[in-house]
Design a protein around this ligand. Structure first.
Ligand SMILES: NC(=O)c1ccc[n+]([C@@H]2O[C@H](COP(=O)([O-])OP(=O)(O)OC[C@H]3O[C@@H](n4cnc5c(N)ncnc54)[C@H](OP(=O)(O)O)[C@@H]3O)[C@@H](O)[C@H]2O)c1
Length: 275
């Protein structure tokens, strides 16, 4: 019988889709998080064996606080889990502490271990406009960011999940880092215009300075550490190192990733951008 595949962050944006993609392919899944079917909490190591014992592979979303990771990875190795797939971000080698501390720390621990690992470094998700930080601005009709006009090849999380599900079930990608993007880069201005047209409402993109962006985040009540995190992310974006699309999704799946406009046409009818 095939051993279970544990999916951490299973109530979250990527984990939910990874679990669904694995199930659709007939694999046995243990969906885990503080609120998922299998209770797993980074802050409570009594909950860790529920995802390691008897599992064959594990999808790992980095914990915000990386402190528990070395002990967890040790337990994963002791339990004989043969494959670990870590979600990370594209351009991690250029961040230099300005952004993505949790992902960078998780990469260090996982890649420094004896586990058979694969790292998926993703561009920004299309779903940030429906389930995360840029959903609210779509509803209020104004997204203001310091992008420097640099384009982003946003990735559809369903494509990322399909890649993760495949990589979790084969040894072919052991020890590899896969840079995952959508098929084409578009500016935030273009992305917002596509969403506005599909939503049938005026939504505008405004290019603002990094300091004006920080001020707006603070005025919105965001804690200082998140002001620094988001500011750092756009410092990295403006350097352009993650602006070019990659072929990794097509290389793994044998089909191209979904284009932004197709994704927008698919989700707009759900009313997610109706005011
Ligand atoms: N957004 C992007 O464009 C983007 C791009 C590249 C990489 N990333 C990276 O993707 C990662 C986030 O992945 P995601 O978007 O799939 O997740 P998400 O939607 O942010 O959800 C976070 C998940 O972590 C779980 N979680 C939170 N605290 C936990 C704890 N103490 N113990 C156990 N589980 C806990 C949550 O479940 P419970 O609340 O049920 O515990 C939830 O399932 C981050 O590392 C981010 O940097 C994001």
């Amino acid at each position: 019988m095939e051993p279970d595949i544990s999916v951490l962050g299973a109530s979250g944006k990527s984990g939910r889709r990874v679990a669904a993609a694995l199930r659709a392919d007939g694999h046995p899944v243990r969906p885990a998080s503080r609120t998922a079917a299998v209770r797993f909490d980074w802050q409570d190591d009594d909950t860790w064996p529920a995802v390691t014992e008897g599992a064959g592979a594990l999808y790992l979303v980095a914990p915000e606080d990386p402190t528990p990771l070395p002990s967890f990875v040790e337990l994963v190795a002791e339990a004989g889990v043969t494959r670990v797939v870590l979600l990370s971000g594209r351009g991690v080698e250029t961040w230099n502490g300005r952004f993505g501390h949790a992902m960078a720390a998780a990469e260090d621990v996982v890649r420094g271990s004896d586990l058979s690992w694969t790292v998926l470094r993703a561009n920004n998700f299309m779903q940030n406009f429906t389930e995360d930080v840029w959903h609210e601005p779509m509803l209020t009709g104004r997204l203001a960011l310091p992008t420097g006009g640099v384009a982003e090849p946003f990735i559809d999380l369903d494509d990322l999940a399909a890649v993760a599900a495949h990589v979790l079930t084969t040894d072919r990608y052991a020890g590899r880092v896969l840079d995952l993007s959508g098929p084409a880069a578009l500016t935030y201005d273009d992305a917002v215009a596509i969403i506005a047209a599909a939503a049938g409402r005026p939504i505008r993109f405004e290019e603002i300075s990094p300091s004006a962006y920080a001020d707006e985040l603070r005025a919105g009540g965001l804690p200082e550490e998140w002001v620094a995190e988001l500011g750092g992310m756009f410092d990295v974006t403006r350097e352009g190192a993650v602006a070019d699309p990659t072929t990794a999704v097509e290389d793994v799946l044998g089909r191209p990733p979904r284009a932004f406009a197709d994704w927008v046409a698919h989700v707009a009818p759900t009313g997610v951008w109706a005011s």
